[in-house]
Design a protein around this ligand. Structure first.
Ligand code: PGA
Length: 253
């Protein structure tokens, strides 16, 4: 069975002290994560070491960076390498979030390079894709997302692709309170899985976790996650509240 994942994306929020408290509050809450379930916290870079310490010894709980650079090391002021993340025990990275694509001009090609360097170092990319409102209104979301997958992921081998987690996040649903309906989510998740099936075969496609992101809350997580092809969520706003995120973790299949 493929992994069911509740991933928190703190974005550029919270001070160190607030972040520590939030993790403490979530971690003390009783989660019964089975072997197919994971909770992942994508925290700001300055908090990675703190967060990594906090989750030490917790089964199926991981810390992720929100980005990394596509080069091994060198004169790239302000950037963070995969090797640096590994050296502090971080094995997950969110890549290609729509905010990075929009505000930092991250292209499908650049993301392909970032995916490569992660996989070469055994770091799991949580690869984000998803369309803007104008694309959805033109009913062109499938073609749009397919292109993102083709240009950033389809050069990978069958072995590599199974190490990638996908997060489908329609931009029109991020931070807007406007969630995709569970039927809309299921429809495009099924389409995404079919793209992997066409390229890599049904068995491999079946092993790939596809998370939904965009205004996931405690009160809609269960319904969204109950869809056949929705394997959990990437959660922004609601991950900043311990009780909300705890309920979201407990909504995993
Ligand atoms: P949101 O953000 O849950 O606040 O909509 C999701 C995301 O951007 O990952």
């Amino acid at each position: 069975m493929r992994k069911q994942i509740a991933a928190a994306n703190w974005k550029m929020n919270l001070t160190l002290q607030q972040g520590e408290k939030l993790l403490d509050d979530i971690i003390v809450l009783p989660h019964q994560l089975n072997e197919y379930q994971q909770a992942i916290f994508a925290v700001p870079f300055p908090y990675l070491i703190m967060a990594q310490h906090k989750i030490e010894g917790k089964k199926n709980v991981f810390i992720a960076a929100q980005n990394c650079y596509n080069k091994k090391s060198g004169a790239y002021t302000g950037e963070t390498s995969v090797e640096m993340l590994l050296s502090i025990g971080v094995h997950h990275v969110v890549l290609g979030h729509s905010e990075r694509r929009e505000y930092f001009n991250e292209s499908n090609q650049l993301l392909a390079e970032k995916v490569n360097i992660c996989l070469e170092n055994n770091v799991t990319p949580i690869f984000c894709c998803g369309e803007a409102l104008s694309v959805r209104e033109a009913n062109a979301q499938n073609e749009f997302v397919a292109k993102q997958l083709q240009e950033s992921l389809f050069h990978l081998s069958a072995e590599q692709i199974q190490k990638v987690v996908i997060a489908y996040e329609p931009i029109w649903a991020i931070g807007t309170g406007k969630t995709a309906t569970s039927a809309q989510a299921q429809e495009i998740h099924q389409f995404i899985r079919s793209q992997f099936a066409n390229k890599y075969g049904a068995t491999i496609a079946d092993n790939i976790s596809i998370l939904y992101g965009g205004s996931v809350k405690a009160n809609n997580a269960k319904e969204l996650f109950s869809q056949t092809d929705v394997d959990g969520g990437l959660v922004g706003g609601a991950s900043l509240n311990a009780e909300e995120f705890n309920t979201i973790i407990n909504s995993l299949k």
